[in-house]
Design a protein around this ligand. Structure first.
Ligand code: SAM
Ligand code: SF4
Ligand code: SF4
Length: 333
Protein backbone atom coordinates (compact mmCIF):
# COMPACT_ATOMS: atom_id res chain seq x y z
CA UNK A 1 0.00 0.00 0.00
CA UNK A 2 1.24 3.56 -0.77
CA UNK A 3 0.33 6.68 1.15
CA UNK A 4 0.49 10.31 0.06
CA UNK A 5 2.04 13.20 2.01
CA UNK A 6 -1.17 13.54 4.05
CA UNK A 7 -1.18 9.83 4.87
CA UNK A 8 -4.07 9.02 2.54
CA UNK A 9 -3.92 5.59 0.89
CA UNK A 10 -4.68 5.01 -2.79
CA UNK A 11 -8.01 3.16 -2.71
CA UNK A 12 -10.18 4.29 -5.63
CA UNK A 13 -9.36 4.51 -9.30
CA UNK A 14 -11.61 6.49 -11.62
CA UNK A 15 -11.03 5.69 -15.25
CA UNK A 16 -12.27 8.08 -17.91
CA UNK A 17 -12.81 6.02 -21.05
CA UNK A 18 -13.76 8.90 -23.35
CA UNK A 19 -13.88 12.69 -23.32
CA UNK A 20 -17.00 12.70 -25.51
CA UNK A 21 -20.58 12.94 -24.33
CA UNK A 22 -24.11 12.67 -25.66
CA UNK A 23 -25.31 15.50 -23.36
CA UNK A 24 -24.20 19.09 -23.02
CA UNK A 25 -24.90 19.68 -19.33
CA UNK A 26 -24.61 23.41 -18.78
CA UNK A 27 -22.39 22.98 -15.71
CA UNK A 28 -20.03 20.49 -17.38
CA UNK A 29 -19.86 20.72 -21.20
CA UNK A 30 -21.43 24.03 -22.27
CA UNK A 31 -22.63 23.63 -25.85
CA UNK A 32 -21.05 26.84 -27.12
CA UNK A 33 -17.65 25.38 -26.28
CA UNK A 34 -18.07 21.65 -26.70
CA UNK A 35 -19.88 21.59 -30.05
CA UNK A 36 -16.65 22.90 -31.59
CA UNK A 37 -14.19 21.21 -29.32
CA UNK A 38 -11.26 19.15 -30.47
CA UNK A 39 -11.83 15.76 -28.87
CA UNK A 40 -9.21 13.09 -28.40
CA UNK A 41 -8.64 10.88 -31.43
CA UNK A 42 -8.89 7.10 -31.38
CA UNK A 43 -5.12 6.75 -31.20
CA UNK A 44 -4.88 9.30 -28.39
CA UNK A 45 -7.02 7.28 -26.04
CA UNK A 46 -5.84 4.21 -24.19
CA UNK A 47 -6.78 0.84 -25.59
CA UNK A 48 -8.68 -1.56 -23.33
CA UNK A 49 -5.51 -3.62 -23.01
CA UNK A 50 -3.60 -0.56 -21.80
CA UNK A 51 -6.34 0.38 -19.31
CA UNK A 52 -6.44 -3.17 -17.99
CA UNK A 53 -2.68 -3.19 -17.51
CA UNK A 54 -2.71 0.08 -15.56
CA UNK A 55 -5.69 -1.00 -13.47
CA UNK A 56 -3.84 -4.17 -12.45
CA UNK A 57 -0.88 -2.09 -11.32
CA UNK A 58 -3.14 0.24 -9.32
CA UNK A 59 -4.77 -2.76 -7.65
CA UNK A 60 -1.36 -4.12 -6.67
CA UNK A 61 -0.79 -0.77 -4.94
CA UNK A 62 -4.00 -0.88 -2.91
CA UNK A 63 -6.89 0.15 -5.17
CA UNK A 64 -10.06 -1.78 -4.31
CA UNK A 65 -12.71 0.32 -6.05
CA UNK A 66 -12.77 1.08 -9.75
CA UNK A 67 -15.26 3.36 -11.48
CA UNK A 68 -15.62 3.86 -15.22
CA UNK A 69 -16.60 7.36 -16.17
CA UNK A 70 -16.03 10.03 -18.79
CA UNK A 71 -17.40 11.98 -20.71
CA UNK A 72 -20.08 9.41 -21.21
CA UNK A 73 -18.64 5.90 -20.73
CA UNK A 74 -21.43 4.19 -22.65
CA UNK A 75 -20.29 6.06 -25.78
CA UNK A 76 -17.02 4.13 -25.83
CA UNK A 77 -17.40 1.27 -28.29
CA UNK A 78 -17.91 -2.14 -26.67
CA UNK A 79 -17.25 -0.84 -23.20
CA UNK A 80 -18.57 -4.20 -21.93
CA UNK A 81 -15.32 -5.76 -23.14
CA UNK A 82 -13.40 -3.51 -20.76
CA UNK A 83 -15.83 -4.27 -17.95
CA UNK A 84 -15.26 -7.97 -18.61
CA UNK A 85 -11.50 -7.73 -18.34
CA UNK A 86 -11.53 -5.44 -15.27
CA UNK A 87 -13.99 -7.71 -13.50
CA UNK A 88 -11.41 -10.47 -13.81
CA UNK A 89 -8.87 -8.57 -11.70
CA UNK A 90 -8.67 -10.14 -8.26
CA UNK A 91 -8.66 -7.44 -5.62
CA UNK A 92 -11.32 -5.13 -7.07
CA UNK A 93 -14.19 -5.25 -4.54
CA UNK A 94 -16.38 -2.82 -6.39
CA UNK A 95 -16.56 -2.20 -10.12
CA UNK A 96 -18.95 0.64 -10.93
CA UNK A 97 -19.83 3.12 -13.66
CA UNK A 98 -21.18 6.66 -13.64
CA UNK A 99 -23.44 7.32 -16.63
CA UNK A 100 -26.06 9.69 -17.97
CA UNK A 101 -28.03 6.52 -18.79
CA UNK A 102 -29.05 7.55 -22.31
CA UNK A 103 -27.93 4.19 -23.70
CA UNK A 104 -28.20 2.19 -20.51
CA UNK A 105 -31.50 0.39 -21.06
CA UNK A 106 -30.16 -1.64 -23.97
CA UNK A 107 -26.77 -2.25 -22.36
CA UNK A 108 -27.61 -2.92 -18.70
CA UNK A 109 -27.91 -6.67 -18.97
CA UNK A 110 -24.71 -7.21 -20.94
CA UNK A 111 -22.77 -4.92 -18.60
CA UNK A 112 -24.05 -6.84 -15.61
CA UNK A 113 -23.19 -10.15 -17.31
CA UNK A 114 -19.70 -8.79 -18.00
CA UNK A 115 -19.20 -8.21 -14.27
CA UNK A 116 -20.24 -4.61 -13.58
CA UNK A 117 -21.41 -4.42 -9.96
CA UNK A 118 -23.47 -1.24 -10.07
CA UNK A 119 -24.18 2.04 -11.81
CA UNK A 120 -24.53 5.59 -10.59
CA UNK A 121 -26.90 7.59 -12.76
CA UNK A 122 -26.88 11.36 -13.15
CA UNK A 123 -30.28 13.04 -13.14
CA UNK A 124 -30.81 16.68 -12.20
CA UNK A 125 -34.55 17.11 -12.68
CA UNK A 126 -37.85 15.27 -12.86
CA UNK A 127 -39.60 17.89 -14.94
CA UNK A 128 -38.85 17.45 -18.66
CA UNK A 129 -38.30 21.13 -19.41
CA UNK A 130 -35.95 21.58 -16.47
CA UNK A 131 -34.10 18.40 -17.39
CA UNK A 132 -33.66 19.44 -21.00
CA UNK A 133 -32.43 22.87 -19.92
CA UNK A 134 -29.80 21.29 -17.65
CA UNK A 135 -28.52 18.76 -20.19
CA UNK A 136 -29.09 21.14 -23.14
CA UNK A 137 -30.20 18.14 -25.20
CA UNK A 138 -33.58 16.96 -26.43
CA UNK A 139 -34.02 13.85 -24.30
CA UNK A 140 -36.99 13.05 -22.09
CA UNK A 141 -36.57 12.26 -18.39
CA UNK A 142 -38.54 9.07 -19.00
CA UNK A 143 -35.51 7.63 -20.86
CA UNK A 144 -33.43 7.95 -17.70
CA UNK A 145 -36.20 6.77 -15.38
CA UNK A 146 -36.75 3.68 -17.56
CA UNK A 147 -33.00 3.04 -17.60
CA UNK A 148 -32.95 3.08 -13.80
CA UNK A 149 -35.56 0.32 -13.70
CA UNK A 150 -33.78 -1.65 -16.42
CA UNK A 151 -30.51 -1.37 -14.52
CA UNK A 152 -32.17 -2.71 -11.37
CA UNK A 153 -33.73 -5.57 -13.34
CA UNK A 154 -30.27 -6.40 -14.70
CA UNK A 155 -28.86 -6.62 -11.17
CA UNK A 156 -27.01 -3.29 -11.18
CA UNK A 157 -28.90 -1.88 -8.18
CA UNK A 158 -29.42 -0.41 -5.74
CA UNK A 159 -28.81 2.65 -7.89
CA UNK A 160 -27.30 5.90 -6.73
CA UNK A 161 -28.74 8.95 -8.44
CA UNK A 162 -26.49 12.02 -8.67
CA UNK A 163 -28.27 15.37 -8.88
CA UNK A 164 -26.20 18.53 -9.25
CA UNK A 165 -28.09 21.55 -7.96
CA UNK A 166 -27.37 24.91 -9.58
CA UNK A 167 -29.17 28.00 -8.37
CA UNK A 168 -31.50 29.50 -10.93
CA UNK A 169 -31.58 26.27 -12.93
CA UNK A 170 -33.01 23.40 -10.92
CA UNK A 171 -33.38 24.10 -7.21
CA UNK A 172 -37.14 23.82 -7.78
CA UNK A 173 -36.46 20.15 -8.62
CA UNK A 174 -35.13 19.24 -5.16
CA UNK A 175 -38.52 18.21 -3.79
CA UNK A 176 -39.76 16.50 -6.98
CA UNK A 177 -36.55 14.45 -7.10
CA UNK A 178 -36.83 13.56 -3.42
CA UNK A 179 -40.47 12.65 -3.82
CA UNK A 180 -39.80 10.45 -6.84
CA UNK A 181 -36.99 8.47 -5.21
CA UNK A 182 -38.44 8.23 -1.69
CA UNK A 183 -39.88 4.79 -1.07
CA UNK A 184 -37.61 3.28 -3.70
CA UNK A 185 -34.35 1.49 -2.99
CA UNK A 186 -32.45 4.06 -5.05
CA UNK A 187 -30.30 6.54 -3.17
CA UNK A 188 -30.63 10.12 -4.34
CA UNK A 189 -27.50 12.19 -3.71
CA UNK A 190 -27.55 15.95 -4.07
CA UNK A 191 -24.22 17.36 -5.27
CA UNK A 192 -23.11 20.92 -4.68
CA UNK A 193 -22.24 22.65 -7.92
CA UNK A 194 -18.43 22.64 -8.05
CA UNK A 195 -15.82 24.94 -9.51
CA UNK A 196 -14.24 22.18 -11.58
CA UNK A 197 -12.73 23.28 -14.89
CA UNK A 198 -13.13 26.73 -16.35
CA UNK A 199 -15.64 26.36 -19.18
CA UNK A 200 -18.71 26.41 -16.92
CA UNK A 201 -17.92 29.92 -15.62
CA UNK A 202 -18.73 28.74 -12.08
CA UNK A 203 -19.84 31.34 -9.54
CA UNK A 204 -20.13 30.82 -5.82
CA UNK A 205 -23.56 32.42 -5.71
CA UNK A 206 -24.88 29.65 -7.99
CA UNK A 207 -24.12 27.03 -5.34
CA UNK A 208 -27.02 25.70 -3.32
CA UNK A 209 -25.40 24.26 -0.22
CA UNK A 210 -26.20 20.86 1.23
CA UNK A 211 -27.53 22.57 4.35
CA UNK A 212 -29.96 24.56 2.22
CA UNK A 213 -31.01 21.45 0.31
CA UNK A 214 -31.47 19.48 3.54
CA UNK A 215 -33.63 22.28 4.87
CA UNK A 216 -35.84 22.18 1.79
CA UNK A 217 -36.22 18.39 1.97
CA UNK A 218 -36.61 18.52 5.77
CA UNK A 219 -39.39 21.06 5.52
CA UNK A 220 -41.46 18.43 3.73
CA UNK A 221 -40.34 15.17 5.39
CA UNK A 222 -38.43 14.76 8.67
CA UNK A 223 -34.88 13.55 8.01
CA UNK A 224 -32.10 12.40 10.35
CA UNK A 225 -28.38 11.57 9.98
CA UNK A 226 -27.07 8.08 9.24
CA UNK A 227 -23.51 7.01 10.13
CA UNK A 228 -21.01 6.77 7.26
CA UNK A 229 -20.65 3.18 6.11
CA UNK A 230 -16.90 3.35 5.44
CA UNK A 231 -13.94 5.70 5.80
CA UNK A 232 -13.73 8.02 2.86
CA UNK A 233 -17.44 7.95 2.00
CA UNK A 234 -17.93 11.28 0.28
CA UNK A 235 -21.66 11.59 0.75
CA UNK A 236 -23.16 12.58 4.09
CA UNK A 237 -26.10 10.26 4.58
CA UNK A 238 -29.55 11.14 5.92
CA UNK A 239 -32.68 9.02 6.18
CA UNK A 240 -36.34 9.83 6.20
CA UNK A 241 -37.50 9.46 9.80
CA UNK A 242 -40.59 7.58 8.60
CA UNK A 243 -38.33 4.81 7.25
CA UNK A 244 -39.06 5.54 3.60
CA UNK A 245 -35.48 5.67 2.38
CA UNK A 246 -32.19 7.51 2.36
CA UNK A 247 -30.67 10.54 0.67
CA UNK A 248 -27.07 11.73 0.44
CA UNK A 249 -25.29 15.06 0.18
CA UNK A 250 -21.96 15.64 -1.52
CA UNK A 251 -20.77 18.95 -0.11
CA UNK A 252 -17.49 19.60 -1.89
CA UNK A 253 -17.92 23.35 -1.52
CA UNK A 254 -19.45 23.83 1.94
CA UNK A 255 -17.92 20.82 3.74
CA UNK A 256 -14.86 19.58 1.86
CA UNK A 257 -13.69 16.02 2.41
CA UNK A 258 -10.10 16.16 1.15
CA UNK A 259 -8.84 14.54 4.36
CA UNK A 260 -10.37 11.24 3.29
CA UNK A 261 -9.91 11.60 -0.48
CA UNK A 262 -8.31 8.37 -1.66
CA UNK A 263 -9.06 8.82 -5.37
CA UNK A 264 -6.71 8.60 -8.28
CA UNK A 265 -7.97 9.50 -11.74
CA UNK A 266 -6.80 8.16 -15.08
CA UNK A 267 -7.74 10.30 -18.08
CA UNK A 268 -8.84 8.74 -21.35
CA UNK A 269 -5.45 9.48 -22.87
CA UNK A 270 -3.57 7.90 -20.02
CA UNK A 271 -2.56 10.65 -17.59
CA UNK A 272 -2.81 10.29 -13.84
CA UNK A 273 -4.49 13.09 -11.87
CA UNK A 274 -4.50 13.22 -8.09
CA UNK A 275 -7.14 15.95 -7.74
CA UNK A 276 -10.21 17.22 -9.61
CA UNK A 277 -8.67 20.67 -9.49
CA UNK A 278 -5.32 19.81 -11.02
CA UNK A 279 -3.93 21.59 -14.04
CA UNK A 280 -1.81 18.80 -15.43
CA UNK A 281 -1.42 15.07 -14.99
CA UNK A 282 1.41 12.58 -15.23
CA UNK A 283 1.63 10.81 -18.57
CA UNK A 284 1.63 7.02 -18.55
CA UNK A 285 0.74 6.44 -22.18
CA UNK A 286 4.07 7.76 -23.48
CA UNK A 287 6.23 5.49 -21.31
CA UNK A 288 3.87 2.56 -21.84
CA UNK A 289 3.99 2.85 -25.64
CA UNK A 290 7.76 3.33 -25.47
CA UNK A 291 8.16 -0.06 -23.82
CA UNK A 292 8.07 0.67 -20.08
CA UNK A 293 7.94 -2.46 -17.95
CA UNK A 294 5.30 -3.05 -15.28
CA UNK A 295 7.96 -2.18 -12.70
CA UNK A 296 8.62 1.16 -14.44
CA UNK A 297 4.92 1.98 -14.53
CA UNK A 298 4.46 0.91 -10.92
CA UNK A 299 7.20 3.32 -9.93
CA UNK A 300 5.42 6.18 -11.71
CA UNK A 301 2.21 5.39 -9.78
CA UNK A 302 4.16 5.28 -6.50
CA UNK A 303 5.97 8.56 -7.19
CA UNK A 304 2.77 10.33 -8.17
CA UNK A 305 0.94 9.15 -5.07
CA UNK A 306 3.84 9.65 -2.66
CA UNK A 307 4.13 13.28 -3.79
CA UNK A 308 0.42 14.01 -3.56
CA UNK A 309 -0.50 16.91 -1.29
CA UNK A 310 -3.79 18.01 -2.88
CA UNK A 311 -6.55 19.41 -0.72
CA UNK A 312 -7.93 22.07 -2.98
CA UNK A 313 -11.51 22.07 -1.66
CA UNK A 314 -10.27 22.63 1.88
CA UNK A 315 -8.11 25.54 0.74
CA UNK A 316 -10.65 26.94 -1.72
CA UNK A 317 -10.00 30.62 -2.27
CA UNK A 318 -6.78 30.45 -0.24
CA UNK A 319 -4.63 28.94 -2.92
CA UNK A 320 -3.62 29.87 -6.44
CA UNK A 321 -5.17 27.52 -8.98
CA UNK A 322 -3.72 26.17 -12.16
CA UNK A 323 -5.07 28.00 -15.18
CA UNK A 324 -6.68 26.38 -17.03
CA UNK A 325 -7.84 23.68 -14.63
CA UNK A 326 -8.65 20.33 -16.11
CA UNK A 327 -12.28 19.84 -17.17
CA UNK A 328 -14.59 17.36 -15.45
CA UNK A 329 -15.57 15.77 -18.77
CA UNK A 330 -11.89 15.04 -19.46
CA UNK A 331 -10.76 13.80 -16.08
CA UNK A 332 -13.92 11.89 -15.16
CA UNK A 333 -16.32 12.91 -12.40
N1 SAM B 1 -21.40 11.41 -18.16
C1 SAM B 1 -21.50 10.66 -16.97
C2 SAM B 1 -22.55 11.22 -16.06
O1 SAM B 1 -22.93 12.38 -16.21
O2 SAM B 1 -22.98 10.50 -15.19
C3 SAM B 1 -20.19 10.51 -16.24
C4 SAM B 1 -19.24 11.67 -16.20
S1 SAM B 1 -19.84 13.12 -15.34
C5 SAM B 1 -18.48 14.21 -15.52
C6 SAM B 1 -19.76 12.55 -13.66
C7 SAM B 1 -20.52 13.36 -12.65
O3 SAM B 1 -19.95 14.64 -12.54
C8 SAM B 1 -21.99 13.57 -12.97
O4 SAM B 1 -22.79 13.05 -11.94
C9 SAM B 1 -22.11 15.08 -13.06
O5 SAM B 1 -23.35 15.53 -12.60
C10 SAM B 1 -20.97 15.54 -12.20
N2 SAM B 1 -20.54 16.91 -12.49
C11 SAM B 1 -20.11 17.40 -13.68
N3 SAM B 1 -19.78 18.71 -13.56
C12 SAM B 1 -19.99 19.05 -12.27
C13 SAM B 1 -19.84 20.25 -11.51
N4 SAM B 1 -19.40 21.37 -12.06
N5 SAM B 1 -20.17 20.21 -10.20
C14 SAM B 1 -20.62 19.09 -9.63
N6 SAM B 1 -20.77 17.92 -10.27
C15 SAM B 1 -20.48 17.90 -11.59
FE1 SF4 C 1 -21.87 14.57 -20.13
FE2 SF4 C 1 -21.87 13.69 -17.67
FE3 SF4 C 1 -20.79 16.07 -18.23
FE4 SF4 C 1 -23.42 15.80 -18.40
S1 SF4 C 1 -22.17 15.59 -16.55
S2 SF4 C 1 -22.10 16.75 -19.95
S3 SF4 C 1 -23.65 13.73 -19.05
S4 SF4 C 1 -20.05 14.11 -18.92
FE1 SF4 D 1 -9.93 15.06 -3.48
FE2 SF4 D 1 -8.96 17.24 -4.68
FE3 SF4 D 1 -11.60 16.98 -4.30
FE4 SF4 D 1 -9.97 17.43 -2.21
S1 SF4 D 1 -10.36 18.81 -3.91
S2 SF4 D 1 -11.66 15.91 -2.31
S3 SF4 D 1 -8.14 16.27 -2.85
S4 SF4 D 1 -10.31 15.67 -5.60
Amino acid sequence: MVNDTLNRPMRDLRISVTDRCSFRCVYCMPREIYDNHEYLSRTDILTYGEIDRLARIAVELGVVKVRLTGGEPLLRRQVGTLVGSLSGIAGIDDLAMTTNALQLSKMAESLSDAGLDRVTISLDAIDDDRFRAMIDTDVSVSVVLDAIEDAVAAGLGPIKINAVVRKGWNEDQILPLAEYFRQTNHILRFIEYMDVGTTNQWKLDEVVTSAQIAQIVGSRWAIEPVDASYRGEVATRMRYSDGEGEIGFISSVSQPFCGSCTRLRLSAEGSLYTCLFAGTGTDLRGPMRAGATDADLTQIFIDVWNNRDDRYSELRGGVALPNPKVEMSYIGG
